[in-house]
Design a protein. Structure first.
Length: 236
């Protein structure tokens, strides 16, 4: 596990500038740690804390992180281990040669895009509510939803007394909808559909932010591109 280091040393380790120059930038309020203005003398944990300078992430120069996109099949567990001995998402990416962990989860009966990584700062950026990284799901039903049901899904809704953030809903062929969420309540899509009288046949996550599932085969994975990773860090 990474150890805490002084912020100005982190800047030199990443090849940004000298310690003295880093101290000047920190003192001037141009450096943020996890979204808050840093102070001289602050310490951070590389790979866990997110450091930004002039609006852009400061990433370790010598550290190689692994970022994977998996097309999770239904029936596979979104955890690193399973006490019941079921196949997990980490079993499917074991050939990558690095220990990675799932970012968030998909229900056992859901499939589609799941990110796995060993970069804690990236995982935090994807999951922390303040970053509002959108997640898009393709939902299919036994019959075509009515216009009234689609309108209800797009309107303000509550679950367990919690007012949900607006959800973007549009049709995607017969008996299918694309639903884009900016938060992730427990089984939110299924519960929203149930609330308007829709039974879900299949639920597939097709995108997280700028990262799209595309034509990746079930059970297969690929590495994220450098552009995909940067775009997530720059998303606010």
């Amino acid at each position: 596990m990474s150890q805490e280091i002084r912020l100005q040393k982190y800047f030199t380790d990443c090849g940004i500038c000298s310690r003295r120059a880093a101290e000047e930038e920190i003192s001037a309020g141009r450096v943020l740690v996890n979204g808050k203005i840093a102070s001289l003398g602050d310490k951070i944990t590389p790979g866990v804390d997110l450091v930004t300078y002039r609006g852009k992430p400061v990433l370790p120069k010598a550290t190689e992180y692994t970022y994977l996109l998996l097309n999770k099949p239904r029936g596979v567990v979104s955890t690193a281990k399973d006490e019941k001995g079921r196949t997990t998402v980490t079993d499917l990416v074991a050939s990558c040669g690095v220990r990675v962990y799932p970012v968030g989860r998909l229900d056992l009966d859901s499939d589609g895009l799941l990110i796995l990584t060993d970069d804690g700062a990236f995982a935090n950026h994807l999951t922390h509510p303040k970053h509002h990284v959108p997640k898009t799901y393709r939902v299919t039903f036994p019959t075509d939803p009515t216009d009234e049901q689609v309108a209800s899904l797009s309107s303000p809704m509550e679950l367990d007394g919690y007012k949900l953030q607006p959800v973007e809903v549009k049709r995607d062929g017969n008996a299918a909808l694309l639903m884009t969420l900016h938060e992730g309540r427990n089984r939110q899509v299924r519960r929203m559909c149930e609330a308007v009288g829709l039974k879900v046949d299949r639920l597939t996550r097709v995108a997280i932010g700028n990262i799209a599932l595309g034509t990746l085969k079930k059970g297969a994975y690929r590495r994220l591109t450098e552009e995909e990773v940067k775009a997530i860090f720059e998303k606010e």
